[in-house]
Design a protein around this ligand. Structure first.
Ligand code: GLU
Length: 485
């Protein structure tokens, strides 16, 4: 196959929120296609009407675009094989189903739900797996929409196939059954529809989770019956819980991609993290840009064994990405993450001020959400909390009068200081010598008096950003609180 002919697809079912595993199933085929200069298709597998969630597709598309996974064909953008929603492709499935009926390879399932249930219970009671083909009706009625249509397995043989990730695989005839092609609601099952669509859409690689491997013999039988050449199968390893013991489930702490986004994870970090969940380039490199991923992604380096989901690694990566981004870019992404007080700030140029703050905070942010909780004091005077000063571990040995005196000396010193970070640092150092206090004591006191926050960036730089007037006013407020009774 010429590389440019590579066509991959992401085929989500809009049945709920987008979890980590769903979206990794979009990233890998995207990278396979882009690495080859091929096309990436988005197809919406919306045939399960009972589990359909109305806004799930929109959320999913937003998440994909946020991560930079623009599809070449699919909803919104269209393409040569439109429509890309399975519910709009019913005629196509019926046409392919008719081919099978004509060849005697599909038949109407005449049983009622109760009858089927009874057969299942009997199999259970005999401790045997339920196999439909053992109950295949001798003279099935003519099939009409409204009845389930089943595939007729005519050749009960062992299947051998190759999976580009999992290697050579095989399964015996017990894996084969007369599965449903078209349900009684007239819509196709996944088992049938994805094969028809992958063929119609000229998909070269069928990419999906490893959980589909056990059904592959049934798919292979169907490919043969439809006289289709199967695509290259690419099965992705499971995503495991942090302890590596089980598949990651909804209850194991992984949030939906939207939740991570709302907490202030950068799309670059999320993409990087997910692309390396079960894939590496063979080196120790951990930080990859989209361009590098597109360049380096190889199916051969997708791992077979499960990949552990480690949220701490995601947090670390997010921090790495926050530090890498130019402040301008970080500023654009920071929209929506600032504290409410930023809206009431009275200075002249809010964007420039926010960029200054970002420059200061960049090295210490884990998520953009930290801006909301950790930058309030840049925009509004924090409430004076006497206890925070007097009760601080490093300051406990000082009386209120001593603390007030230290702050007073600071005010006097800073009053005569030129307002640059170097000059402020010089003054702070002089104060240390003059007062004979330790940096952890004096600087903690000043920091608390200025911010009343548990953390802040370097004191001198914070002071530059806050401005001289604000700094002196806040120190004076703290002195007042310490000296009034
Ligand atoms: N609609 C299937 C799912 O969401 C897609 C599996 C596949 O990619 O073929 O699991």
């Amino acid at each position: 196959m010429s590389k440019a002919k590579v066509r991959t697809r992401f085929a989500p079912s809009p049945t709920g929120y987008v979890h980590i595993g769903n979206i990794r199933s979009a990233i890998f085929p995207y990278l396979i296609a882009k690495n080859a200069g091929g096309k990436f298709i988005l197809r919406i597998e919306d045939t399960d009407r009972a589990r359909f969630v109305a806004d799930a597709e929109k959320v999913l598309e937003d998440v994909m675009l946020w991560l930079g996974l623009q599809w070449d064909e699919g909803p919104v953008v269209g393409g040569p094989f439109a429509p890309y929603h399975q519910t709009e492709r019913q005629d196509i499935y019926i046409k392919w189903a008719q081919k099978l009926i004509d060849k005697g390879l599909a038949y109407a399932d005449p049983y009622s739900a109760e009858e089927l249930q009874k057969m299942r219970e009997e199999a259970d009671a005999n401790k045997r797996p339920f196999v439909y083909r053992e109950h295949r009706p001798e003279n099935p009625p003519e099939w009409k929409v409204g009845m389930p249509l089943r595939f007729k397995q005519t050749d009960l043989k062992s299947w051998h196939w190759h999976d580009a990730v999992m290697g050579d695989l095989s399964a015996g005839p017990e894996a084969l059954d007369d599965f449903i092609l078209i349900k009684s609601d007239g819509l196709p099952t996944y088992n049938f529809a994805h094969i028809v669509d992958d063929a119609e859409m000229e998909t070269t690689h069928t990419t999906r989770g490893v959980e589909y491997v056990s059904s592959t013999p049934n798919y292979l039988a169907l490919y043969e019956a439809l006289e289709l050449t199967p695509p290259i199968f690419v099965s992705f390893p499971h995503i495991l819980r942090p302890d590596g013991k089980k598949k990651l489930g909804k209850r194991d702490g992984a949030k939906s991609v939207t939740e991570y986004r709302e907490e202030g994870y950068l799309p670059e970090a999320m993409l990087n993290f997910l692309a390396t969940l079960g894939w590496n380039d063979g080196t120790e490199q951990e930080i990859f840009t989209m361009a590098e991923l597109m360049d380096k992604f190889e199916i051969g380096r997708i791992q077979r064994s499960g990949a552990r989901f480690d949220e701490n690694k995601l947090i670390w990566m997010n921090g790495q990405w926050i530090r890498r981004l130019p402040v301008e870019e970080l500023y654009t992404q920071s929209e929506g993450f600032w504290p409410a007080s930023s809206g009431t700030w009275v200075g002249p140029d809010l964007p420039a001020y926010k960029k200054q703050i970002l420059g200061l905070m960049q090295d210490r942010l884990k998520t953009l959400g930290d801006l909301r909780t950790g930058t309030d004091y840049f925009f509004a005077d924090p409430a004076v909390d006497l206890q925070m000063m007097t009760g601080d571990k490093k300051l406990k040995s000082f009386s209120e009068a001593e603390l007030a005196d230290l702050l007073q000396r600071t005010v006097t010193k800073l009053n005569d200081t030129e307002w640059t970070s170097e000059k402020i640092q010089d003054s702070l150092n002089e104060l240390l010598v003059e007062t004979g206090k330790k940096p952890v004591q004096l600087f903690s006191l000043i920091r608390i008096a200025l911010t009343f926050a548990p953390f802040s960036p370097a004191l001198n730089e914070t002071m530059v950003v806050l401005g001289k007037n604000v700094v002196l006013a806040r120190l004076n407020r703290a002195i007042e609180a310490l000296t009034s009774d």
